[in-house]
Each structure stands twice: as structure tokens, then as C-alpha cells.
Ligand binder design. Structure first.
Ligand code: DO4
Ligand code: MG
Length: 275
């Protein structure tokens, strides 16, 4: 079952059919101890048409955090970009360390949804999208579902000095999430799930890449345990799980590019890049 937040209210979709689900608000729904039962009950109502243009990011008061260097490809790319700054060793070490890299990505209200613009920083020269599986957890730290995220990143700023990471990662239009939450009800991650990235310029694919969750080094439960270990999230939290797809080094995003990220079983998140 998929859960959607839209301008028309909240909806559950199963086998391609959508139903309205009543809730006080998004925070109440995500944190309900009866979320799965309520979603299942909603499917006995009348089927409705879900208008894709009304879909919003599936986040309101939740904080958005991110994990880094959880795929070998990401470790490699970071080591290379920060070589001149002498930062490469940190990425190598965090890839194998017990403690994962976790960083704050966005306030829920600052995140953008499907169809919204993402941005590249005006003071960056090397910008890329990072297509990532995102874990959705309630206030009790329980994983309730999965969604798709684009962790927009400025590689030149991050590569100049790892201490610039927050500026490379956190700026207006740097965090896109959606289109829905695939409710997982505690089911283990299906490691065969595929993540696909397409970057379209002038109607043509200029970058395509894919990976599967088999390449993700960490367990979702491990990442969430670290996030919730010493920090409480009264409304729940979303946690990006890192990227396994990095465009070639000569590529940088331009205004007008379309970034399309698809994950099996969840859907597609598409955003256009603006300056
Ligand atoms: O350490 C820098 C950021 C890593 C990241 O965002 C990723 O691996 O996805
Ligand atoms: Mg990332």
C-alpha cells in the first residue's frame, strides 16, 4: 500500500486504485499506532481518481536526515573529489566504520515534492543529483515505509573541504522527496529493488545510471538506530540512505535539466533544475 499527501487530502493506493484516508493531519497519520489498520480500512471506501498534479512531498513536521558513503561508488567518488584537500581518507574510513555518517539534510517544510523545482547553488560549479532510497520512521523510531529522495549536492564545495558539507548539501531546493510512502509494516528490505537515475537535457537522456539495494552496505535498522540513539523526533523523521549512482566527473547539472529517479515498487520522483 502506498500513502499519498496531496492538496486534496491523504490517499491510500493499492493495485493502482486510490482511496481517501481520513486523518487530523499528516503528523497524526504517520505517527498513529494503527497506521496499517487505518490504511487497510480505507480501501473498503469508494475508489477515487488521484490527480498527479496535486501530490505534495510526503513530509511536514518531520526532520530530514541523510546517511553518506553507504555504497562503494559513493566512497570512491568522494575520495577522488577531496584528494587535493587531503580529505579522501575520511571517506574510506567511514565506509568500513561501525558508526555511519549521518547529517542533517532539510527541515520538512523546506523539502520540495514531485514536479517542484530543485536548485543548484549559484556559487557552485559542479552540481549533481543523488538518487536515494529514503526510510520513513515514526516518533517511536519504527520504520513505517520507504520513499524516494534526491540529495542535491555541490561536489566542488564538498570536495574543497569536508567541513563544507552542510553548505554543499543544505540550501534552498536541495532536497526533493516523493511521490508517496510505500508502507512496509516492518517487512525486511527487498535487496533486489532497483534505483534508476535519468537526467534529461533538451529532451534527451544525458546521464543514466542504476543500482540495486544489494549494493547498500548498511541495514536500514542500523541507520535508524544510530539516528534515534541520542536524538528524539516528536513527529518522526525521514532518513536518506545514501547514493550508489554518481554521474561521470565531467558532468554538472544545468538549469532546465530534468532529474528523474525511479525505485521499484515506490514510483518516480521527477524535478526540474532551476538556478
Ligand atoms: O559524505 C558526503 C556525503 C555522502 C552522501 O551524501 C552519499 O553518499 O549519498
Ligand atoms: Mg547523498
Amino acid at each position: 500500500m502506498k500513502l499519498f499527501r496531496t492538496t486534496q487530502g491523504f490517499f491510500v493506493e493499492t493495485d493502482g486504485t486510490a482511496y481517501k484516508i481520513e486523518a487530523e493531519n499528516w503528523d497524526e497519520l504517520l505517527n498513529s499506532t494503527e497506521l496499517m489498520e487505518r490504511a487497510a480500512a480505507a480501501t473498503s471506501g469508494s475508489a477515487v481518481m488521484l490527480d498527479a498534479s496535486t501530490i505534495l512531498a510526503p513530509v511536514t513536521s518531520q526532520e530530514v536526515w541523510a546517511s553518506g558513503v553507504t555504497y562503494y561508488r559513493s566512497r570512491d567518488a568522494r575520495m577522488e573529489e577531496s584528494k587535493a584537500a587531503g580529505g579522501g581518507d575520511f571517506y574510506d574510513r567511514v565506509y568500513v566504520a561501525e558508526r555511519p555518517e549521518l547529517f542533517f539534510k532539510s527541515a520538512g517544510w523546506r523539502s520540495v515534492g514531485p514536479g517542484d523545482d530543485v536548485r543548484i547553488r549559484t556559487d557552485a560549479t559542479w552540481s549533481i543529483p543523488e538518487p536515494e532510497l529514503v526510510l520513513v520512521a515514526n516518533a517511536r523510531g519504527e520504520q513505517i515505509g520507504l520513499t524516494i529522495g534526491n540529495d542535491m549536492s555541490s561536489r566542488d564545495i564538498e570536495g574543497e573541504n569536508p567541513l563544507y558539507l552542510p553548505q554543499a548539501k543544505v540550501y534552498n531546493g536541495s532536497c526533493a522527496i516523493g511521490p508517496c510512502i510505500l508502507l512496509t509494516a516492518g517487512a525486511p528490505l527487498d535487496r533486489s529493488m532497483k534505483i534508476l537515475l535519468e537526467i534529461i537535457r533538451g529532451g534527451h537522456d544525458v546521464v543514466t545510471g542504476s543500482t540495486t539495494l544489494a549494493e547498500l552496505k548498511r541495514e536500514p535498522a542500523e541507520l535508524l538506530e544510530y539516528l534515534f540513539r541520542e536524538l528524539s523526533f516528536p513527529f518522526g523523521a525521514l532518513l536518506f540512505t545514501g547514493t550508489g549512482i554518481v554521474p561521470p566527473n565531467e558532468f554538472t547539472l544545468q538549469p532546465g535539466d530534468v532529474v528523474r529517479i525511479s525505485i521499484d515498487g515506490i514510483g518516480t520522483l521527477e524535478n526540474t533544475v532551476s538556478a
